[in-house]
Design a protein. Structure first.
Length: 576
């Protein structure tokens, strides 16, 4: 085999090394790029979900909870008030109905007064003469009787209106309660349960945030480890380049060409070629072994990063679902709260009708009182008329006996009208008191308060809606960036999975180099070899290269700092 042929083989070996070097460099650069992009996505997602629990526990969220509790408390209060109002309304119906009996007595008494007044007029017409002044029997009694009849008819008409109004209110309330028997109590329980679910979601958010923070810190450590592991690609590339440089030097020596500005003497050439070939074989073998270990570590780190990313995604989804997999508690609460406000409005509208009924009852009672006053005035006038009639009867003597009986009947009937009217008013006054009581309650806690509750609920919905949108936006980013980041990391890991085969390629090339190297010459030491070794050593950038170089050629290794210091100390001792 000629020197030129051997030189070409060595050059070809160097060219063969360029292919795995380029492949390693390309694979690790691609993996590093994907790691950078994937790590940036994971970091962004981690910060996004770590910030959400703080928002859920902040002052705004607490204010929203306070508003929601107010709505739930109002539902409980209304439920209790409705039960009491039902009893009060039933009592009002009974009290108003109880006035019917004295009013019926009143109408019957007035009817009797009309009959008696007709008898008085007929009797007086048959007894008195043209010269007698008995208008009291023929005119006054009839006029007062007609006036009493009209008054009592008006009284009865107004009472019927009152009865109708109260019964209609009671029927409306009965129908409303039949449709919403358990609505308020169910609403209160539903709101309380949903608020509790929100609290659970907040607690789950804190727990998820803590776990996400732990995994995020773990990811930071893994990223650092992966970055260090990926540096193996650059280190391997440099070491292969240095072996290529050594092979180029070796090919030049074999061909008798100038190396590092010097020509190797022919008698030293075989020894130097053997030494340098052995050095490059050792460097390449060590590079292959180190690369095999480091590429495996890089694969593991990238795969672990992808696993951590999936963990973060799982915790984030659990957080959004409140830990129950049923979706956002905030969204559920928003739906229930809107329904609650609508229900409360319906109930307050129904309660507002009580206020209208209360006003109508009180107005009607005032009108009835005016009629009672008219009855009392008629009774007073009837007494005067009866007294006048008694005087006229006394003047007639025995002829006026029948008229005396009629006058007495009129006085008795008139007294009965007053008694009946006052008995009716006793019941109606009680109904007015009842109406005033729950009317004041209805107006004191009516639509105005519901308007305030609705404002509070809307504020709560705005706050919680914003939080829910932020959570939904975060989840949307999680569903897009999460798989993308995981995909980048998994692709990076897969991109390194074939690099182990390149380590075997490097080992094969090292064996080829051994076959090309001549057997070492046991002749005299070479004077040129140390300088060539020193020039090769200058190209190294890895401490492992220098260490292996010095182990193979300790006599050519530069003095260590400690050795220099010890030599200087020995020299100082000698000088002393």
């Amino acid at each position: 085999m000629t020197a030129k042929s051997d030189s070409r083989k060595i050059q070809q070996l160097a060219a063969d090394l360029a292919r795995p070097r380029c492949e390693i460099e390309a694979a690790f650069v691609a993996a590093g790029t994907r790691l950078t992009e994937g790590a940036a996505l994971l970091n962004s997602l981690s910060k996004l979900f770590e910030a959400l629990p703080e928002a859920l526990q902040g002052a705004e969220a607490e204010a929203a909870s306070a508003h929601l509790n107010a709505v739930a408390a109002r539902a409980v209060e209304l439920s209790q008030t409705f039960a009491q109002e039902k009893a009060d309304l039933a009592r009002l119906v009974d009290v108003v109905a109880a006035a019917n009996a004295p009013i019926s007595d009143l109408r019957r008494t007035v009817k009797m007064m009309g009959i008696v007044s007709v008898n008085a007029r007929v009797t007086a017409a048959g007894i008195v003469g043209d010269s007698d002044d008995f208008d009291v029997f023929t005119t006054d009694i009839a006029a007062l009787s007609d006036s009493a009849n009209r008054t009592i008819q008006d009284f009865a008409r107004v009472y019927r209106q009152l009865t109708t109004e109260v019964e209609r209110a009671a029927n409306q309330r009965s129908r409303f309660e039949a449709a919403h028997a358990q609505t308020l109590s169910d609403l209160a329980r539903s709101l309380a349960g949903t608020i509790a679910a929100l609290r659970e979601q907040q607690a789950a958010a804190l727990e998820s945030s803590a776990e996400t923070g732990r995994v995020s810190r773990q990811i930071v450590n893994r990223i650092g480890s992966a970055v260090i592991a990926l540096q193996a690609g650059d280190a391997t590339r440099q070491r292969i380049e240095h072996v290529e440089t050594g092979l180029a030097c070796l090919a030049a020596i074999v061909a008798g060409e100038r190396v590092f500005e010097r020509i190797v003497p022919a008698e030293e050439r075989l020894m130097i070629v053997a030494a340098i070939a052995d050095l490059q074989r050792a460097q390449l073998s060590q590079t292959a072994a180190t690369f095999s270990q480091e590429v495996e570590q890089a694969e593991q780190d990238l795969a672990a990063l992808a696993s951590d990313a999936r963990t973060i995604m799982a915790h984030a989804r659990d957080f959004h679902a409140g830990g129950n997999g049923k979706g956002s508690s905030i969204a559920d609460l928003g739906r229930k709260l809107r329904a609650a406000i609508a229900i409360l409005k319906d109930f307050e509208t129904e309660r507002a009708k009580l206020e209208a009924v209360a006003t109508a009852v009180q107005d009607t009672v005032r009108v009835l009182l005016e009629h009672v006053g008219a009855v009392q005035e008629i009774e007073a006038n009837m007494r005067l008329v009866s007294l006048n009639a008694a005087v006229r009867c006394a003047q007639l003597g025995p002829r006026g006996a029948s008229l005396t009986v009629i006058a007495t009947q009129l006085r008795e009937l008139t007294s009965e009208t007053v008694i009946a009217a006052e008995a009716a008013m006793a019941q109606l006054d009680q109904s007015s008191t009842l109406a005033g009581a729950f009317g004041a309650a209805a107006s004191g806690s009516g639509v105005g308060q519901i308007g305030e509750l609705e404002t509070q609920a809307n504020l709560a919905l705005d706050i919680l809606g914003d939080l829910d949108q932020r959570i939904a936006a975060a989840l949307a980013r999680l569903n897009t960036d999460g798989p993308r980041g995981i995909g980048l990391l998994e692709t990076a890991a897969r991109g390194l999975s074939g690099q182990s085969a390149l380590a075997e390629t490097l080992d094969d090339l090292a064996l080829t180099l051994t076959a090309l190297a001549p057997a070492p010459d046991s002749g005299a030491p070479s004077e040129t070899l140390p300088s060539i070794l020193a020039d090769l050593r200058k190209h190294y950038t890895m401490e492992a290269e220098r260490r292996l170089h010095d182990e193979l050629f300790p006599q050519a290794a530069p003095p260590r700092v400690t050795d220099i210091a010890e030599s200087e100390a020995d020299l100082a001792d000698f000088m002393l």
